[in-house]
Write a protein that binds this ligand. Structure first.
Ligand code: AHR
Length: 342
């Protein structure tokens, strides 16, 4: 028979062995920092850390896919991807992790424009070039990033305004009071700020454009519906909805229809949307959405071209805008809808 003290010391031994085993296992499972650097050095691949801001919209999913398709092993990359789930603190954590993993490039889509100085300074001190994707940052020191690849959001907002100008003139409504509500995207994001500014520049030329209310709806369908329901309860006489992305538009249209009103061409409420994803283009072709201002999510390829230029030691521009169009029932073709895979 064992003595009591023997049993205790055996138990302590087993406990220590188990802890040691778990620490080794944990290290192998969760610490891939050295392994990532090893891949970069030994296989001569370019290591890119991408911080995506979230997955709030169909557009965002397409943007993520475009990055994942561009930074593949076959193209000579090793991609470390992080989804920040709409939280700036998660993006800051991801960027710090990329710095500690000594990636070759950091690509990130900032959820909002402000609050990035400290972490970008850390990247700069580590000698890691930062490329902004989709949205911009508001920093005084422009050397904190190399370039931005994305959309001209102010131009997108102006396109919406210019389309409305023409449409009202065509319908002989350019003198009459036009009641407008605006569903805005994530507060403080470049797309929300730019589209709001762009539209208001055009709206300022029309004293008959009556902006009843504008509210943030986070670029999501659920929030778009919720905010639209409130608008409809408060304002029985809405003529135009400007919805800063397709997902909010989908939610808003549901709310409008549930309230007994109709949308689109010949309907009670004119719908102006942004993004031009596949489902929205189908709605444009049916006349449910009057106009969709395109926002192009296919930015991965552009960014990899920028990286190639940097690898060749070439100078790059401070801003690259992607190509975008404006879609109405007149120019949405079946081929376009078939080709639009997002
Ligand atoms: O910043 C681009 C915007 O963000 C897109 O319009 C929207 O769908 C996305 O969530």
């Amino acid at each position: 028979m064992f003595k009591k003290s023997d049993v205790i010391s055996r138990l302590i031994f087993v406990l220590f062995a188990a802890i040691l085993f778990l620490m080794v296992l944990g290290g192998r499972l969760f610490t891939n920092i050295e392994e990532d650097v090893y891949v970069s050095e030994e296989e001569n691949r370019i290591v890119v850390g991408v911080s995506q801001l979230g997955s709030e919209s169909g557009w965002r999913t397409a943007n993520t896919e475009s990055v994942q398709n561009a930074f593949t092993q076959e193209n000579g990359y090793f991609l470390i991807f992080n989804n920040a789930r709409q939280k700036q603190e998660n993006q800051i954590k991801a960027i710090r992790s990329f710095i500690s993993q000594r990636v070759d490039y950091i690509v990130f889509a900032p959820v909002v424009e402000t609050g990035w100085e400290t972490v970008l300074q850390e990247a700069k001190e580590a000698g890691i070039p930062v490329i902004l994707m989709d949205r911009k940052v508001d920093v005084t020191d422009k050397s904190l990033y190399v370039t931005c690849v994305g959309s001209d959001f102010v131009e997108e907002g102006q396109r919406a305004g210019r389309w409305l100008e023409k449409d009202l003139a065509r319908r002989g409504m350019d003198e009459r009071t036009v009641n407008i509500v605006i569903l805005k995207g994530t507060q403080g994001s470049s797309s929300q700020i730019g589209r709001t500014i762009g539209f208001s520049v055009v709206a300022a030329n029309h004293c008959n454009w009556n902006i009843l209310e504008q509210e943030y709806a986070d670029f999501t369908s659920a929030k778009g519906r919720e905010v639209m329901e409130v608008f409809l309860r408060k304002h029985p006489d809405i003529d135009v909805v400007i919805s800063q992305n397709d997902d909010m538009t989908f939610g808003a249209i549901e709310a409008i229809r549930d309230s007994g009103r109709t949308v689109g061409i010949g309907g009670d409420i004119t719908i102006i949307s942004f993004d031009a994803v596949n489902t929205a283009l189908k709605m444009v072709s049916r006349g449910d959405i009057n106009v969709d201002i395109e926002c192009n999510p296919n930015q991965g390829e552009y960014i990899s071209q920028v990286i190639e230029m940097l690898e060749d030691g070439q100078e790059v521009e401070s801003q690259y805008y992607v190509e975008e169009d404006v879609f109405t029932i007149e120019n949405v073709t079946r081929e376009l809808i078939e080709q639009r895979n997002y």
